[in-house]
Design a protein around this ligand. Structure first.
Ligand code: NAD
Length: 474
């Protein structure tokens, strides 16, 4: 079994104990990683702190060149990284609509190159006889990245590359459920970057809270659940760490009566079920107009029954297992609650017998606001479909949720749909699409879905502080 070490100051580090990483398709361990603790966090932060002055003084061009080299290294290692992502997260190599570990690693490569090329130009606010005023963007110092289990490698890249590009040094902590691809990325990166610039510590949540409380970390970028984000925010207050928090979502999609159910259903299915619904910005609550409701749910259930569920390493698999047992049990609990409260389970509605954490793709008709599967982030291969008849009322219902990550409107009338999309209380609103992100467009949550944004210039700026320089001319 492969054993992965932590990397601190460019060196492999063992912790004196390890823990298993489970392949959710088999329920069996396939790798072991180090059971690090707060002492390792201290060592990693000290290494990052020591590396910061030299790294932050390197030229933009030098940092860009090294990050592009890292993108190339990821590309060369793509097959091995894809296999690790599939084994640890369960997502298929290919996947539903091509959304699988190939896309995860390919996305990691693309984000690395696009982010490497971003610039942080000095802005001139005033330049006259009296004074010149410039706004400079300076790195913050040591940035800590804490990542979840659903898109482990891609999210690590989203955190680390802009942090490094802006001149910060980094300590990473991947989810204990999915650390292996991130560890391999850290190993590749440490062949390219100077020692101490990128460190990685593995361990259970004690490592995360040691990071959140650490007095010598300047910023935390966290992607994960809302309760953990709140806990980090409290612990980070000690030294007023900067925070980017990408938290839970419970995205609504609203289908207007003018669409063709047969055309729209496969698209809705794709954006609701890819990666088994375990994507923060998957479509998780679907509101469909009464006039086309039965046709849409019937079509969604037909697609669900024809979807190939299995081990992500097998060719042709569209959906893999749910990533972990606790998540599988939670999804089951919400579906049973909906069933008990009168919803119709049109497809799936049960776990598969045997090894692995498989759950049948589940379409729930006659779901209602107030049911747990609608109100809570279910994060599984389940889509509750809710009937509506009045558009103003359904916008209010979609907004009546503490989350605000994404939302979508589906219609042939793009102008009308765009106007409605702007009424959704969410960080990104799509028309005839959902969850589609790209490295140059900002992405983040409002309300309890988070703080700040990632990607593009807006995202890069979150890894900097502003220094204003005023030079008097007389
Ligand atoms: P989680 O909050 O359980 O864990 C996330 C990370 O935090 C893990 O590395 C974990 O070890 C660590 N952690 C746990 N307790 C901690 C603590 N007290 N202090 C510091 N770190 C701690 O989340 P998860 O279950 O791994 O991921 C699923 C969640 O992530 C979902 O809610 C999903 O919506 C969210 N998510 C959000 C986005 C986004 O961009 N908004 C993207 C992906 C996932």
């Amino acid at each position: 079994m492969q054993v992965f070490d932590m990397i601190i100051n460019g060196q492999p580090v063992k912790a004196g104990g390890t823990f298993d990483v489970i392949n959710p398709a088999t329920g069996q361990a396939f790798a072991q990683v180090q059971a690090g603790n707060a002492t390792h966090v201290d060592a990693a932060v000290a290494a990052a702190r020591a590396a910061f002055p030299a790294w932050s003084r390197t030229s933009d061009k030098h940092r860009q060149d090294l990050l592009h080299a890292l993108g190339v290294a990821l590309e060369e290692d793509m097959p091995a990284l894809m296999e690790l992502v599939t084994k640890e997260s369960g997502k298929p190599l290919g996947g539903l609509n091509g959304i699988g570990s190939g896309m995860e690693v390919g996305g990691a490569i693309a984000w690395t190159h696009v982010t490497a090329d971003l610039e942080l130009p000095v802005e001139v606010i005033q330049d006259n006889d009296e004074a010149r005023i410039e706004v400079h963007r300076k790195p913050l110092g040591v940035v800590a990245s804490i990542t979840p289990w659903n898109w482990p490698l891609m999210i690590a890249i989203w955190h680390v590359i802009p942090a490094l590009r802006a001149g910060n040094t980094v300590v990473m902590k991947p989810s204990g459920l999915t650390p292996t691809a991130t560890l391999r990325f850290a190993e590749l990166a440490n062949r390219i970057l100077p020692p101490g610039v990128l460190n990685i510590v593995t361990g259970e949540s004690g490592v995360g809270s040691a990071i959140a409380k650490h007095p010598d970390i300047n910023k935390i970028v966290f992607t994960g659940s809302t309760p953990t984000g709140k806990n980090i925010m409290q612990n980070a207050a000690g030294n007023l760490k900067r925070l980017t928090l990408e938290l839970g979502g419970n995205d609504a999609g609203i289908v207007l009566p003018d669409v063709d159910p047969k055309v729209v259903a496969p698209k809705l299915f794709g954006v609701g079920f890819h990666n088994n619904g375990q994507t923060c910005a998957c479509l998780k609550r679907l509101y469909v107009h009464d006039s086309i409701y039965e046709e849409v749910v019937t079509e969604l259930a037909r697609i669900a029954r024809h979807t190939v569920v299995g081990d992500g390493l097998a060719e042709g698999t569209q959906l893999g297992p749910v990533q972990n047992r606790a998540q599988l049990d939670f999804v089951n609990e919400l579906v049973e609650d909906a069933r008990a409260n009168g919803a119709r389970i049109l497809s799936g509605g049960k776990a598969r017998a045997g090894n692995g954490y498989f759950y049948e793709p589940t379409v729930i008709a006659d779901a209602k606001d107030g049911m747990r599967v609608v109100d809570e982030e279910q994060f599984g291969p389940v889509l509750p479909v809710i009937r509506y008849s009045d558009i103003d009322e359904v916008i209010a219902r979609a907004n009546a949720n503490e989350n605000g990550l994404g939302g979508s409107i589906w219609s042939k009338d793009r102008a009308k749909a765009a106007a409605l999309a702007l009424q959704l209380e969410c960080g990104t609103a799509w028309v005839n699409e959902h969850g589609a992100i790209q490295p140059d467009a900002p992405f983040g949550g409002v309300k309890q879905s988070g703080l700040g944004v990632e990607f593009g210039r807006y995202g890069l700026e979150e890894y900097t502080s502003i220094q204003t320089l005023k030079v008097m001319k007389s």
